[in-house]
Write a protein that binds this ligand. Structure first.
Ligand code: PGA
Length: 249
């Protein structure tokens, strides 16, 4: 049985005081929920939020360097993320791939480095609108998935969470239909079964992301292959994110 995982990607939003306020309220409001709950504030708020010592909500970062330490101005290493208290890190978000030139190879380096430091990667994969129209969705997610898991052992693979995020659904208000998202996620799981075996693939959690909101969460979570969601915009609002986390009430 895969434990559902609901993660909030705050992107470049919230000051330290805003982050503290939201986390304090959130940790109280979601104590008794079954799902694992993760928030990914910007780097500047991580230390303060870790200082809250939240008992239910876990902390993730939105990115990490491909290196452990050294002359890499502006980069953040996994050692630093573990040092503050992060247990998760988002890797290969489409904004990083599209705006900051992250390649499949870099994504794989980051996955390996995160695992080495016992940070759980949330690896994002997903197609553009053009790729979807050209019927390339499957090919894109299969190749991104294979690249991300390259060199990862069968024993460590279940520590990775995959987030299927069709790029055309991110921040647009458009969501993939729940059935569609379920089908693509099924393809990702099939790919993982080919790389490892069915038993391993069945342990790996795969989220959907892209315009998730209180009004569509139930339908998404009702799909057999969808193990959780990665939420952008709606994770910035206490009421919306709490409603998403408490989707089964
Ligand atoms: P959105 O973003 O929920 O605002 O569409 C999702 C994401 O980018 O992870």
């Amino acid at each position: 049985m895969r434990k559902p995982i609901i993660a909030g990607n705050w992107k470049m939003h919230k000051t330290v005081s805003e982050a503290l306020e939201l986390c304090e309220r959130l940790d109280r409001a979601v104590q008794d929920t079954d799902a694992e709950v993760v928030v990914c504030p910007p780097f500047t708020a991580l230390s303060a939020v870790c200082g809250l010592g939240m008992s239910k909500v876990k902390i993730g970062a939105q990115n990490l360097s491909t290196a452990e330490s050294g002359a890499y101005t502006g980069e953040i290493s996994p050692v630093m993320l573990v040092d503050v208290c992060c247990s998760y890190v988002i890797i290969g978000h489409s904004e990083r791939r599209q705006l900051f030139g992250e390649t499949d190879e870099m994504v794989n380096q980051k996955v390996q480095l995160a695992l080495k430091h016992h940070l759980r990667p949330i690896v994002c994969v997903g197609e553009t609108l053009e790729q979807r129209r050209a019927d390339q969705t499957e090919a894109v997610v299969v190749s991104q998935t294979k690249a991300a898991f390259a060199g990862v052992s069968k024993e460590r693979a279940p520590e990775i969470v995959v987030a299927y995020e069709p790029i055309w659904a991110i921040g647009t208000g458009e969501t993939a239909s729940a059935e569609d998202a379920n089908a693509v996620i099924g393809t990702i799981r099939k790919t993982l079964a080919e790389i490892y075996d069915q038993e391993t693939a069945d342990q790996i959690r795969i989220q959907y992301g892209g315009s998730v909101k209180p009004s569509n969460i139930k339908e998404l979570m009702a799909q057999p292959e969808i193990d959780g969601v990665l939420v952008g915009g709606a994770s910035l609002d206490f009421d919306d994110f709490t409603a998403i986390v408490r989707y089964n009430e």
